[in-house]
Design a protein around this ligand. Structure first.
Ligand code: TXA
Ligand code: MG
Length: 341
């Protein structure tokens, strides 16, 4: 397929228009690249069986080939075609959370999918997204779709098409369905290790998984193959300071920092509870009592502020438990400095 200007399809997230879905599905089947929405973030999709198309994904993203891709499916039967020795834990989690933002790493069925997808590992990462457009696209394509987040390798994941229209234009088709719902990439859980291990935290938290499995779940630690954690920091044009500690102290420390850097183009990003007159542009990201909202907006606000030309963005941090743990992992990847209040 040519790398001319991509075809842009606007598709309703609530009632996906089947005629447009079919156009995109056809592009996928024939080996093209399609950017599409999932409930978490936008993905850069290709036919998982087409080695050439999958190779193009690595090129377009600038992603190292040793970093495997998640395989997106719309039907549970694919789990058994692509993986083997599927443990009972997987069945329990699939029943509870699929379709939804939980990817499972399972033992790969040899020969089921080209090696390039799994970077030659003996595991495969499977995900059934819950976004209506994603499900319709995968079903219509009739093949599993590999889809990394639709950003350049060193950039934050996109939750809106406008984030990436300049960043990833060498694709065949872009489906625009507005802002994604969850805002953080899926939780990735590896079920091939001694204990169920979270390789990437998301909105389905450790606590939620433990409740379903009735056993301890651990976070991966180096040198376990948690590629996500090893990825580089996000390359943002703004400097980002993350201020952590007790909320009232954070508020005072942010004020000090604003003073210290007077003259720079500064923005402050805080929760509703810490809203105040900081003497510079203030953005409210959501409420501490509604972290779902914070998660949904985090990447959008990072990208918005850098494109508005702020040289320094000061973010309020969160205590690292539950969903706030997942949010903080993204903020830390974006931070130039972490400051304890
Ligand atoms: O929410 C999401 O998961 C989004 C949307 C588009 O579905 N996709 C996404 O893909 O975030 P990506 O490629 O940006 O991140 C997937 C992560 C990578 O860090 C990769 O290393 C890890 O999943 N991964 C994939 N397969 C794996 C495997 N077999 N073992 C360990 N890690 C794996
Ligand atoms: Mg990614």
């Amino acid at each position: 397929m040519s790398s001319k200007k991509p075809l842009i399809l606007r598709i309703s997230p609530v009632n996906p228009e089947l005629d447009k879905i079919r156009i995109a599905a056809d592009i996928i089947r024939k080996g093209g690249l399609v950017i599409f929405p999932t409930e978490t973030v936008y993905g850069l999709g290709a036919n998982a069986f087409n080695e050439h198309a999958v190779r193009r994904i690595f090129e377009v993203k600038g992603r190292p080939q040793q970093n495997p891709l998640l395989v997106h499916i719309a039907n549970k039967e694919w789990v058994y075609k692509l993986a083997e020795d599927v443990p009972e834990d997987a069945e329990l989690l699939i029943k509870k959370f699929w379709p939804g933002p939980l990817a499972l790493v399972l033992k790969r069925r040899k020969g089921a999918i080209p090696d390039i997808v799994t970077a030659g590992l003996d595991t495969v990462g499977l995900r059934m997204p819950s976004h209506g457009v994603a499900l319709a696209l995968i079903s219509e394509a009739g093949v599993p779709i590999v889809a990394p987040s639709a950003n350049r390798y060193d950039r934050p994941s996109p939750t809106k098409v406008e984030h990436i229209i300049d960043e990833l234009s060498a694709v065949d088709c872009i489906i625009d369905s507005g802002q994604t719902f969850v805002g953080l990439e899926s939780t990735i859980l590896d079920l091939t290790l001694e204990k169920p291990t979270i390789l990437r935290p998301g909105v389905i938290t450790k606590e939620m998984i433990e409740e379903v499995l009735g056993k301890e779940v651990v976070y991966s630690q180096h040198p376990a193959p948690a590629f996500w954690a090893l990825d580089r920091r996000y390359n943002l044009r703004s400097k980002l300071y993350l201020v952590v500690g007790e909320p009232s102290k954070v508020r005072a420390r942010i004020k000090e920092l604003v003073n210290e850097f007077k003259g720079k183009k500064i923005a402050v990003v805080v929760t509703e509870e810490n809203f105040d007159d900081y003497g510079v542009e203030v953005h409210v990201i959501g409420s501490r009592n509604n972290l779902i909202e914070v998660a949904r907006n985090i990447f959008d606000i990072m990208r918005k502020l850098e494109s508005s030309g702020y040289t320094l963005v000061i973010f309020e941090g969160f205590e690292e438990v539950g969903l706030a743990y997942s949010i903080m992992q993204r903020l830390k990847k974006a931070a130039t400095a972490i400051i304890r209040a």
